[in-house]
Design a protein around this ligand. Structure first.
Ligand SMILES: Cc1cc2nc3c(=O)[nH]c(=O)nc-3n(C[C@H](O)[C@H](O)[C@H](O)COP(=O)(O)O)c2cc1C
Length: 343
C-alpha cells in the first residue's frame, strides 16, 4: 500500500506528507484495514533490553510521533518497541516552517523541527488513551525557552510525569535544533545531569514499586575522546542504556545538493557510517556493561543486521520508513534473526 502512495506523498512538502501519512495510517488502523503484524513464530525474534522483554528488536525512533498520538496504529506495523517524543514540560511550536526537507536521491532527510510538541501532559493523556501494552519509550527534552543552566529541571519534570506510563525513558541531549542542548554531552554537564536523573529514578522506583530504565541518546558528531568520556560517565552513573545516534550536523556527504544548505540535523543513509562508528567504539568500550540501541541510516534489513553485529542489542528506524515504507520493519526483524542464528 505504501508503494502506491509514495509518489503522491513525495509530491507534497515533507511536513504535509508526514501528517497525511500518519492520518492515513490511523484511518487504516481504526477501520480494521491494518491488521496487527506479528511474525508467524513470534517468539523467534524475542529479546531483552534494559531488563525489558521485547517481541522483536526493531523499534520506532523518536521524533515521528512526538505527542504519542498514533501509538496503536504504529504498533500495529509490527515494531518491537515504540519511542514517542521528544516531549518537553510545556507545549511549544518548534521552529518556523519550512523545517523538514528530504532528498530521495540521497535517501536523506534534514530536519530543524525544534521539538514541536504539545507538552508532557498532552502526551501522557494520549498514552493513557492508547490500548498498546507493549514496550513504550518516552523521550524527554527541554523547552527552547529554558536556559541551559536550568535544563535538568525540565528533564526532571518530564521524568516524574512520564515515569508511571513508560517502559523506559530516554534523555535526549543530542538534538542539533535546540540551542546548546548538545553541550550537555560534555563530561561535567553529563555527570551532573545523569546523577540527578538517576537519583530521582531511584526515589520514583521505591515510591512506585517498579523500576523504569533510563537511556541517554547521543549525537553522531562526537570525537573518539568524547565518546570515551560518555562511555565512562554512563558506567559511573549506571545509566541503563545508550541510544546511538541522533541526526548529524555534518552535511558534507550531500555535496552541492540544496539539502546541504538547510540548517538542521541530517538523517537516513548519509548518517549511517558515522552512527556505526559511534556504535562500534561504544560497544568496544562498554564491553556489554550497558546495552546500546543502534539507530541512524538503517535503510535495509542488512543495515539492521550490521548494527547488531557491531554490538547493538536493538535498533530503531525513522528515515528508512519514509523511503522504504513499513516493509522495512519485517526486513530488519528477519535479517537480525538470521544474523543471530549464525552466531
Ligand atoms: C523529522 C525528524 C524528527 C526527529 N525528531 C527527533 C526527536 O524529537 N527526538 C529524538 O531523539 N530524535 C529525533 N529524530 C532523530 C531520529 O530519532 C533518529 O535518531 C535519526 O533520524 C537517525 O535515524 P534514521 O537515519 O533512521 O532516521 C528525528 C528525526 C527526524 C528525521
Amino acid at each position: 500500500m505504501y508503494a502506491a502512495l509514495k509518489p503522491l506523498l513525495f509530491r507534497l512538502n515533507a511536513e504535509q506528507a508526514h501528517h497525511l501519512t500518519l492520518r492515513l495510517l490511523q484511518l487504516a488502523y481504526r477501520s480494521g484495514l491494518l491488521k496487527r503484524q506479528q511474525p508467524a513464530n513470534h517468539k523467534a525474534g524475542q529479546t531483552t533490553l534494559m531488563g525489558l522483554t521485547l517481541p522483536n528488536a526493531v523499534g520506532l525512533a523518536a521524533g515521528l510521533d512526538k505527542n504519542g498520538a498514533y501509538i496503536d496504529a504504529l504498533a500495529a506495523l509490527g515494531f518491537g518497541f515504540i519511542e514517542v517524543g521528544t516531549v518537553t514540560p510545556r507545549p511549544q511550536p518548534g521552529n518556523p516552517r519550512p523545517r523538514l526537507f528530504r532528498s530521495a536521491a540521497h535517501q536523506a532527510i534534514v530536519n530543524r523541527m525544534g521539538f514541536n510538541n504539545q507538552g508532557i501532559d498532552a502526551l501522557i493523556d494520549n498514552v493513557k488513551k492508547s490500548r498498546f501494552n507493549g514496550i513504550l519509550g518516552i523521550n524527554i527534552g527541554k523547552n527552547a525557552t529554558t536556559p541551559i543552566e536550568k535544563a535538568a529541571d525540565d528533564y526532571l519534570i518530564c521524568l516524574q510525569k512520564a515515569y508511571p506510563h513508560a517502559s523506559y525513558i530516554t534523555v535526549n541531549i543530542s538534538s542539533p535544533n535546540t540551542k546548546n542542548l548538545r553541550a550537555l554531552q560534555s563530561e561535567d554537564e553529563l555527570t551532573s545531569l545523569l546523577t540527578r536523573l538517576k537519583n530521582r529514578q531511584a526515589q520514583l522506583s521505591t515510591q512506585q514499586g517498579h523500576y523504569v530504565p533510563l537511556a541517554v541518546k547521543i549525537a553522531p558528531d562526537l570525537t573518539p575522546e568524547q565518546i570515551s568520556i560518555i562511555a565512562e560517565v554512563a558506567q559511573q552513573t549506571e545509566i541503563d542504556g545508550i541510544i546511538a545516534t541522533n541526526t548529524t550536523i555534518d552535511k558534507s556527504s550531500l555535496g552541492q545538493h540544496p539539502l546541504a544548505a538547510e540548517a538542521g540535523g541530517l538523517s537516513g543513509l548519509p548518517v549511517r557510517s558515522k552512527a556505526n562508528q559511534v556504535l562500534t567504539q561504544l560497544a568496544e568500550e562498554l564491553n556489554g556493561c550497558i546495552p546500546i540501541i543502534g539507530v541512524g541510516g538503517i535503510m535495509t534489513g542488512a543495515d539492521a543486521a550490521t548494527k547488531q553485529q557491531l554490538g547493538a542489542s536493538a535498533v530503531q528506524i525513522y528515515s528508512g520508513l519514509v523511503f522504504q515504507g513499513p516493509t522495512l520493519i519485517r526486513d530488519c526483524i528477519q535479517a537480525m534473526h538470521q544474523t543471530d542464528a549464525t552466531f
